[in-house]
Design a protein around this ligand. Structure first.
Ligand SMILES: [Zn+2]
Length: 170
């Protein structure tokens, strides 16, 4: 749930699928332009996600804190390094749906495809692979446990790990 909370704000960008589908029609939609960084990039959605996660979690307090933090880490990432190709800083209406008063943006924001994002992505993937080898699971398990098992098995066969570091032991 903590990992999902770090990506769930971008659910408001799924309108791009409808936009693609309606592109060739008489009245193309612009759901991505209208709602991305608006509907789910705010404190209201952060609270909703935190409440849902807390209800579903066994370790409620810890999950609530980590989900809320993880969600905001996403917002920080967008604020720091998600400038659009047209140079738009893509302000985050943080207080929505309660208020439009606060629009978060940073003048030093780098572009989405700028080198810091590429370096950070590479380093974080490397860390995820090292942790996957050590812990026997990776973020791939969010999508497929079977694919995650294949990844971990491949990593461990290429880079064997001592059993005391394995989480797969009972
Ligand atoms: Zn985002």
């Amino acid at each position: 749930m903590v990992t999902w909370a770090s990506v769930v704000p971008d659910i408001d960008g799924l309108g791009i699928i409808v936009d693609w589908a309606t592109r060739g029609m008489g009245k193309p939609t612009d759901f991505w332009g209208e709602y991305h960084h608006t509907l789910a990039h705010n404190i209201g959605f952060a609270l909703l996600v935190t409440i849902v996660a807390t209800v579903l979690a066994r370790q409620k307090a810890l999950t609530a804190v980590l989900v809320f933090f993880s969600f905001h880490l996403h917002l920080l990432g967008d604020l720091v390094g998600a400038r659009g190709p047209d140079g738009d800083h893509w302000p985050i209406p943080y207080l929505r749906p309660f208020s439009n008063a606060l629009q978060l943006e940073w003048a030093g924001q780098w572009a989405l495809n700028a080198w810091p994002n590429i370096v950070l992505t590479g380093v974080l993937i490397l860390i995820a692979l090292v942790l996957a080898r050590r812990r026997s699971y990776s973020p791939v398990e969010l999508f497929s446990r079977k694919a995650d098992e294949v990844l971990v098995r491949t990593l461990r066969s290429r880079f064997p790990v001592k059993e005391e570091h394995s989480r797969s032991c009972p």
